[in-house]
Design a protein around this ligand. Structure first.
Ligand SMILES: NC(=O)c1ccc[n+]([C@@H]2O[C@H](COP(=O)([O-])OP(=O)(O)OC[C@H]3O[C@@H](n4cnc5c(N)ncnc54)[C@H](O)[C@@H]3O)[C@@H](O)[C@H]2O)c1
Length: 385
């Protein structure tokens, strides 16, 4: 089994290291911050202790994971790694500098992967003399729990590097989907409408947070409504992802951020972690009651699901990923009750098209323009499945 190198021992790096060591690899972890490394070690021990108490691991499995994980003082200790996954701060120049240094340490066969959420794999790879061995391997937070991993080759990534990366991550028990090097990859792109359209409905005064959340859970079967979910993810992270996807898509109006969320972010109303976001989380805080009017609820659900399906159809049309990978990504990456292309078949493409077309006529805004593929499929009476 190859040795795995993890660079950055924050939330993601520590989680990925745990996954790799649990799968039986020798893992070496590096961080420029010694305290972060110490924290990762302590956290791993306490996480494993809890897993043993819950009988999800035996004591000897936990001991093996601990003894397989080592902590490096310098990058030169990564020379024998077969795969290095970088999970450091989300800054292009810092990542590029690290990748060009790594190349001088590891062997020619070592695969260099980045866990970036928002930077292009092409731009990170451009810092290397062998960009063909650079690939995106994008885990979700928390890495030991979330099953989905997006595999993202750049324009220059070697075919063998793609298949080798997929094989390794599959062997860790994860569900991999293959996608293109475009902003937000699959999940962080397609999911934008869940938040953006919900905020838009709120901003127009049609319904409050609680009503919109109720509508999406009741009529769509989503586990969390958009506002509950944004508060859970953190409005700082969610706002920044939206802003990044929007600017990288050359200000495409479907991804436009909202002032509502920007102000929450500026006021540090991040959500659960700060005690207040769209909702209050202090002790004794009252939970607002939704307006359970059926027509209003259905209107909200139909509008948001039409926007989500439109994004999934557009992603399929632009060959971002296969039909199955697009659907799998939304189910395994953000817990949607079903894949959006499957959902499109169930709702009926004509109905989705009509919802969008009414909005497009009403607002005269590009964000509501139905994807051309929908038109073509309706004409030929086609379905996704
Ligand atoms: N947090 C998430 O939900 C999430 C999900 C998927 C992907 N990501 C991506 O994963 C990466 C890490 O995110 P995170 O949330 O774990 O961040 P984090 O801030 O928790 O951890 C980053 C760690 O990297 C270390 N670091 C910074 N520069 C370094 C360098 N040059 N060399 C070595 N270590 C360095 C820091 O000391 C810190 O411990 C980012 O690219 C982020 O976009 C994050």
């Amino acid at each position: 089994m190859i040795q795995i190198g993890i660079i950055g021992s924050g939330a993601m790096g520590a989680g990925i290291a745990q996954v790799a060591a649990t799968a039986g690899h020798q893992v070496i972890v590096f961080d420029t911050d010694q305290n972060a490394l110490k924290r990762a070690k302590v956290n791993l021990e306490s996480t494993l202790k809890k897993l043993v108490e819950k009988q999800k691991l035996t004591q000897s499995q936990a001991d093996n994971i601990i003894s397989s994980t080592s902590y490096a003082n310098e990058l030169s200790q990564f020379k024998d790694c077969g795969l290095v996954i970088e999970a450091i701060v989300e800054m292009l120049e810092v990542k590029q500098k690290l990748f060009s240094e790594l190349e001088t340490i590891v062997s020619g066969q070592c695969v260099l992967a980045t866990n970036t959420s928002s930077l292009s794999i092409a731009s990170i790879g451009s810092a290397c003399t062998k960009p063909e061995r650079v690939i995106g391997i994008h885990f979700f937070n928390p890495a030991p729990v979330m099953p989905l991993v997006e595999i993202i080759p750049s324009l220059l990534t070697d075919k063998d590097v793609i298949s080798e990366s997929k094989k390794i991550i599959d062997s860790w028990g994860k569900t991999t989907v293959l996608t293109k090097d475009t902003p937000g990859f699959i999940v962080n792109r397609v999911a934008r409408s869940y938040y953006g359209e919900a905020i838009r409905i709120y901003e127009e005064g049609m319904a409050d947070f609680a009503t919109i959340d109720w509508a999406m859970k009741t009529f769509g079967g989503f586990k969390m409504g958009p506002f509950e979910l944004m508060d859970f993810i953190g409005n700082d992270i969610n706002y920044k992802v939206t802003e990044s996807v929007w600017t990288q898509f050359f200000y495409e109006s479907r991804f436009k951020p909202s002032l509502t969320q920007k102000r929450l972010f500026e006021a540090k109303l991040f959500g659960r972690k700060s005690g207040r976001g769209y909702y209050h989380y202090s002790e004794g805080a009252t939970i607002p009651e939704p307006n359970t009017n059926k027509d209003l609820g259905e209107y909200i659900f139909n509008r948001v699901i039409a926007m989500l399906i439109n994004e999934a159809v557009d992603s399929f049309y632009l060959k971002l990923a296969s039909r199955d990978d697009l659907d799998l990504a939304m189910v395994k990456g953000v817990n949607y009750p079903k894949g959006l292309l499957k959902w499109a078949d169930e709702v009926g493409l004509q109905n989705v098209y009509n919802t969008l077309d009414v909005l497009y006529e009403l607002y005269n805004e590009e964000r509501y323009r139905p994807c051309i593929l929908m038109k073509l499929m309706i004409k030929d009476n086609k379905k996704f499945y």
